[in-house]
Design a protein around this ligand. Structure first.
Ligand SMILES: *Cc1c(COP(=O)(O)O)cnc(C)c1O
Length: 376
């Protein structure tokens, strides 16, 4: 048992090294390492095409992308309504910008911000809504949009999990005023560190491009308090090398997800998402919800058993962001405000999924998950 290799929850899909080196050679020849170089421009263009959007602004990472999108949306004070069931960066970006996060509970079926509980949280101080398409599952985009329009506030989607996902044919990153992607090494498409902001018009893209470059307009004009949020040429080249292989990487993930769905179907006490009508998935994560009473083992019990057997599943997202010390004092962090988020955080476990996994790995994960359950 112990001598077998560890199965990581995720692993970057590495393009053939020669392909990356060929691009690096061009960077070496150009002697241009950052500030909107040739690789940067090419990747922005190719991503527009790949994602099916008009305006992509590359950034140094997804967190800065969220910070920049809030700025570009003109959100400089007040409260931002968001979900506690996400990676901590979602709320950190709000706080880092000097804004106050307000947590909204999530839906049981999508684990995304519950639009039915959204409007009661809106006050005169509310300046934006920042939902997350968790695991690439679409939020209730139309209803959220209608609420935002009614109150005249922008919607910024944390689309860190949603690379390549489509909903009724429309790219998920295209919804809201801004969609923000992360290209961190753990994401389906990666530039080691990196990200992008998707917006809807050229003037807004220019604004983002200026803000990510210290607010510089031209040689003698600085028009805003900007920051350094630029992606460099080495990162952009990595993105170009990866993009060519996205189709095969996604096909690899799909095979694993399908096998999990097959093997775990009808197991009492286990819940997981099945394909949704009209949604093209990216298979970025394979989250399951474990009901201790029906399954016979707690989520933490399964997590520990997997770890002992070389399978690194992760409890994304536990603890809830609202339970971290810097957010715990907020009125909206109180547990009775967030019953569904609490419920999900206690039960969630993300199983390993990445194109480097073989079917024998999937079998090993499934066998380990089911090893100690109640036999029906
Ligand atoms: C990864 C991630 C981020 C942060 O992206 P970085 O590129 O690591 O800064 C933000 N939100 C969510 C939901 C994420 O998963």
């Amino acid at each position: 048992m112990r001598s077998r290799h560890t199965i990581e929850v995720t692993q970057p899909h590495m393009p053939p090294l020669e392909e990356y080196v060929a691009l690096l050679r061009q960077v070496w020849d150009a002697k241009w390492l950052t500030n909107n170089g040739a690789m940067h421009r090419r990747l922005e263009g190719e991503l527009c095409e790949f994602l099916g959007v008009e305006h992509v602004s590359l950034v140094a990472n997804g967190t800065l992308g969220l910070c920049l999108a809030l700025r570009a949306a003109g959100v400089v004070e007040g409260e931002v309504i968001t979900t506690p069931f996400s990676f901590v960066a979602t709320t950190h970006a709000i706080s880092w910008n000097g804004l106050t996060p307000v947590f909204c509970d999530i839906r049981e079926d999508t684990l995304n911000l519950d639009e039915r509980k959204l409007e009661s949280l809106i006050t005169p101080r509310t300046s934006a809504i920042l939902p997350v398409h968790v695991y690439g599952t679409p939020c209730a985009t139309e209803k959220i949009q209608a609420i935002a329009e009614r109150h005249g506030i922008p919607v910024i989607y944390d689309a860190a999990h949603a690379f390549g996902v489509r909903s009724s044919g429309r790219p998920l990153v295209d919804f809201g005023d801004f969609g923000v992607l992360s290209f961190h090494a753990t994401k389906v498409f990666s530039t080691a560190e990196g990200g992008a902001i998707i917006c809807h018009d050229a003037a807004t893209k220019r604004k983002i491009d200026s803000l990510k470059n210290f607010g510089i307009e031209d040689e003698v004009t600085v028009s805003a308090v900007g920051i350094n949020g630029k992606m460099n040429e080495l990162q952009a080249a990595m993105g170009l090398a990866q993009l060519c292989h996205m189709a095969e990487a996604t096909a690899g993930r799909r095979r694993i997800a399908e096998r999990y769905r097959e093997s775990l179907a009808r197991v009492s006490g286990l819940q997981f998402s099945t394909p949704r009508p009209g949604v093209t998935e990216n298979f970025a994560y394979f989250p399951i919800l474990i009901d201790n009473c029906l399954f016979g083992v707690t989520r933490d019990g399964v997590h520990e058993y997997l770890r002992a057997h070389g399978v690194k599943a992760r409890r994304y997202f536990y603890p809830l962001i609202s339970d971290f010390p810097m957010y715990l004092g907020h009125p909206s962090s109180q547990a009775d405000q967030l019953p569904v988020a609490k419920w999900a955080a206690e039960r969630i476990l993300c199983l390993p999924i990445h194109p480097g996994m073989g079917m024998e790995d999937v079998v090993r994960v499934v066998d380990s998950v089911l090893a100690n359950r109640n036999e029906a």
